[in-house]
Design a protein around this ligand. Sequence first.
Ligand code: TRP
Length: 340
Amino acid sequence: MSTTTSPVASSIILTGDRPTGPLHLGHYVGSLCNRVRYQHEYRQFVMLADAQALTDNVDDAGKVHRNVMEVALDYLAVGIDPTVSTIFIQSQVPELAELAFYYLNLVTVARLERNPTVKEEIRQRGFERDIPAGFLAYPASQAADITAFKAALVPVGVDQVPMIEQTNEIVRRVNRLAAREVLVEAHALVPEIGRLPGTDGKAKMSKSLNNTINLGATADEIRAAVKKIYTDPLHLRVQDPGHLDGNVAFTYLDAFDGDRVGLEEMKAHYLRGGLADSVVKARLEACLQELLAPIRQRREQFGRDRGQVLQMLKEGTARARETAARTVDEVKDVLGLRYF
Ligand code: TRP
């Protein structure tokens, strides 16, 4: 998948997800693709953001705990390789919480409230005035996650870009205080294709909207999802010309179909009229079955030995901690917090 920035050699990547449910095609397009692609060129840390997930799941902590394993399996299944990438659990690296606590003094409440990612999520969750303080602190926490590893590259979906911008404000503030480059400014690696819509035609694929296709979906689940996918509501008769705009079947084909020539021919035929939705859906289903079958198989394989996955996470977390601890020491030096 191509991207909007050209990475610098020897860069470090930090990225992660809130483990509140299994990952889906939206995650795949949004960032997993880039993580798999770049892991061999750069040093990559992939974080299971369980502490962040807690801010709006504190009444259902069991869900977050369970999903750490599910998301770890998704990572392994799509091809994030723990021998080259470091996969770790956020809550087990207390240095991240410490750093976030210091960063909270470098941002204003007004700036946190103005952050578009925060604003959008407040709207989605219907928090209104009952915003958990931890939620409002996301940008400081995310800045801690990114800067602890001195990450220059952050593969994320487009909705996370304001987080990276705010991270860089904190980076510049710390560097100004230090009068040297202690921290590194980060670039978002955003997929060109943008955000994947839900199967129902809504702008975003999201578990809470029940419009996802999970990476671990069975063949039957994929078939059922494609069957009821949103196409062109005006395309009532096969002979009518169809529309591509907002037609999710074609949006997904654009994202996943490797046969560009065949796809362009199909689009032309659909626009002319005379092509049934069922033919488009059959092509899409074949394409998704082919994409997801090996992912599902690997997921099952890794899932058979969860003890080994936990061991991998434990080792990754220990490595992540070493790196984060060094950065915390440096930032504490800048802030005058060293005594002995
Ligand atoms: N907020 C991100 C999400 O929900 C997860 C996350 C936490 C993250 N810290 C991060 C992503 C740092 C990138 C970098 O998807």
